[in-house]
Design a protein around this ligand. Structure first.
Ligand code: CS2
Ligand code: MG
Length: 396
């Protein structure tokens, strides 16, 4: 079963996605992968089209691990967001093919289901605590039990993530002092309003220094957050030692990591409780299951990144792995733009707070190429930039 073609599509059904289709010499046997890197889509598309696809023609599509090792180690240049996202696109398409060839869903190939579905969390951002509480109540009515709360901080515009949807690079002001005061007040208000039942987490988005992160983790502790996400920058992740010394607030990190070696110190030193790697940015399912196995040995749970800026193929891959591992924690869920449903079928479904995939062979996602062609790539979908009041750059 040899690879005869590797096709790359860049499409924008409301968000830009880079999709990979690997075609084999077996009639009708092909696989779909996702290689989307938000705001750097064309760099990945070029890596795939110009450098990686020519290496794969004629190779055995069934040799997933060998192809992974060949692209990661055998071609010398490895790591980084562009190459690891490209590798993920290939890896996901090969797992899709493997499942279709076997007539089995990928979760069955990975060992079979360990649970009924993947516990999902929902973004419930808002301008203030009252709006977030209303959003959480509405999501509870839809069956969710875990929620992410992001709030605008007075004097600090738009902490809530929704602002990135206006597709421009624009500076936003951010100051840590009002932020550090606002977050405990938010959690206090949410607990007062909603009680103990909802599991609530917060994404710091790498904005704090280690001592500020320790302060926030300690201040939030009485309100029992589900986890505090990305409290410090990935470059200084072992400074989480300091945060650990000051609180029992569970910590989560990983969406900016690219492979198991980025995760290793945090897992083996038990500096985090949840690892949040993005399957589309760590070289795919092959790497995800290795990270999950390492994490299992250290009581770290998996919480794969699931934003709307990666394609539904990655969301399906998330759920296939979630379904098959022992140390699944929680799965970030996203609401896609409505056009996405015209291009993709088989997107994971959500009921009673659980994400599920069907038992269809492979990843279970089909892509309508005619629909995809109606939504050409839209340049300029960049993330915003944060600046301090004095004009200096702040992590977004
Ligand atoms: C966020 C992401 O989902 C999350 O946890 O941190 O939405 C992140 O901002 C984007 O994926 C960046 O492209
Ligand atoms: Mg995040």
């Amino acid at each position: 079963m040899n690879i005869t073609d590797v096709q790359v599509f860049v499409t924008c059904p409301g968000r830009n996605y880079v999709l990979v289709k690997i075609i084999t010499d077996q009639p009708g046997l092909y696989g779909w992968g996702d290689a989307t890197l938000n705001g750097r889509e064309l760099a990945v598309a070029s890596a795939l089209r110009d450098h990686i696809a020519p290496l794969l023609i004629g190779r055995d599509a069934g040799r997933i691990e060998d192809t992974w090792q060949f692209l990661f180690r055998g071609t010398y240049w490895r790591g980084g967001p562009v190459l690891m996202t490209a590798l993920a696109g290939i890896d996901l398409a090969l797992w899709d093919i493997k499942g279709k060839q076997a007539g089995l869903p990928v979760y069955a190939l990975l060992g079979g289901p360990t649970r009924a579905g993947a516990l999902a969390y929902r973004h419930c951002d808002g301008r203030d605590a009252a709006e977030i509480a209303d959003n959480i109540r509405a999501a509870q009515a839809a069956g969710y039990t875990v929620f992410r709360a992001q709030v605008d901080v007075p004097g600090t515009a738009h902490f809530a993530d929704a602002t990135w949807l206006d597709r421009t690079t624009y500076p936003q002001p951010f100051e840590t002092t009002p932020y550090l005061r606002a977050m405990p007040r938010l959690f206090e208000a949410l607990r007062r309003d909603l009680g103990d039942a909802p599991e609530i987490l917060h994404d710091v988005h790498e904005r704090l220094t280690p001592i500020q992160a320790a302060r926030l983790a300690a201040d939030l502790e009485p309100y029992r957050p589900f986890f505090l996400e990305d409290p410090v920058r990935p470059e200084q992740a072992t400074s989480l030692h300091l945060v650990r010394q000051h609180s029992t607030t569970p910590l989560a990190m990983g969406e900016l990591f690219h492979h198991r070696w980025d995760c290793l110190p945090l897992i083996t030193q038990q500096l985090i409780d949840f690892i949040r790697v993005d399957i589309a940015h760590i070289g795919g399912i092959s790497e995800a299951r290795k990270i999950a196995a390492i994490a299992e040995a250290y009581h770290v749970q998996m919480a794969f990144h699931g934003p709307p800026d990666v394609a539904p193929i990655t969301h399906a891959a998330n759920v296939h792995v979630d379904m098959a591992i022992a140390n699944f924690g929680v799965q970030e869920s996203s609401v896609f733009p409505p056009q996405v449903a015209e291009v993709f079928t088989g997107i994971p479904t959500l009921a009673e707070g659980l994400l599920r995939v069907s038992a269809a062979p492979g990843l279970g996602i089909e892509v309508d190429e005619a629909a995809l062609a109606r939504y050409p790539y839209q340049p300029g979908e960049y993330l915003p930039t944060l600046r301090r009041a004095d004009g200096s750059v702040q992590d977004w």
